[in-house]
Design a binder for this molecule. Structure first.
Ligand SMILES: [Zn+2]
Length: 277
């Protein structure tokens, strides 16, 4: 009898902990967001992220809050002897948090750590080159997103991409868009959407736009969306995200339905940030 009572008690405690945990996390995040934002951090972001001063004051304050949460919850690991500095953390966090700007509620839920290499890093890949034939290849990479719990970045690339904000390339936006896509366990260019009714529209617009990019690339037509997006639907979503944030005017002009879809998903309108791309 007593062991049964103890078992019930334990189950009760576990269930209570599961129910309370999201509330505690929410409260903790609220406290982090209300902390004063260090002026030195503000100066670093102003210097490294050209888009920062274009944000409205409420957007800037929201971004600062997200950065406080991000830096507390995610671990940065320097690779190949790199010492990850405050500047590196703040630059990466500020770009990644742009994707969360208007209260998405989650902070890249699968992500635990960000590995930072000084520059491009080499990866050994096993590639099938024929039936029963596999080859090992060394490949240089600038960034990647693993569905389990990590994002890997080359700091040199991060720096270059944040300074050149309007060229449509941004490794941080790209890899963290993949993280959003991978939140449901799949990487197919479909992130978790707020309502069930959003999925058919997403599928319709994304499929048509992806197909158009594939056709344009095949025919050698110049496109505002980088041709790498024609690799597969997951890459299309990541590359379209880069274009949306860095070349909003051109994307709206040439792909209004895609722009509208991403505007609804990210709940921001980068056109209002006043850049002439
Ligand atoms: Zn990618």
């Amino acid at each position: 009898m007593i062991p049964a009572i103890i078992a019930f008690l334990i189950i009760g405690i576990v269930i209570t902990a599961i129910l309370i945990s999201p509330l505690l996390i929410k409260q903790h995040r609220k406290r982090l967001k209300s902390r004063p934002f260090p002026p030195l951090w503000n100066a670093i972001i102003e210097n490294n992220l050209p888009i920062y001063l274009q944000l409205s004051p409420p957007e800037r304050r929201r971004l600062q809050g997200h950065i406080q949460v991000f830096l507390t919850e995610k671990q940065f690991i320097g690779c190949k002897g790199l010492q990850v500095t405050e500047e590196m953390k703040l630059t990466i966090a500020s770009v990644a948090c742009l994707l969360l700007l208007n209260e998405r509620g989650e902070y890249f839920s699968k992500l635990r750590s960000i590995l930072v290499y000084p520059s491009a890093y080499l990866v050994t890949e096993t590639v099938a080159t024929g039936e029963y034939v596999v080859e090992e290849r060394r490949e240089a990479r600038l960034g990647e997103s693993w569905s389990r719990d990590q994002v890997v970045l080359s700091w040199e690339q991060v720096e270059q991409d944040t300074q050149n904000w309007q060229d449509g390339h941004n490794v941080v936006l790209h890899e963290f868009a993949h993280q959003l896509d991978q939140e449901d366990g799949n990487s197919q260019g479909v992130p978790i959407l707020p309502n069930k009714s959003d999925y058919p529209i997403w599928a319709q617009v994304m499929t048509a736009e992806y197909q158009q990019l594939c056709n344009d690339v095949q025919q050698g037509v110049k496109t505002v969306i980088n041709s790498y997006g024609a690799t597969n639907p997951a890459e299309f979503f990541a590359v379209a995200t880069e274009t949306f944030f860095e070349k909003p005017q051109q994307l709206l002009h040439q792909h209004p339905r895609l722009y509208e879809l991403l505007q609804r998903y990210y709940q921001v309108n980068p056109r209002q940030w006043g850049f002439k791309d």
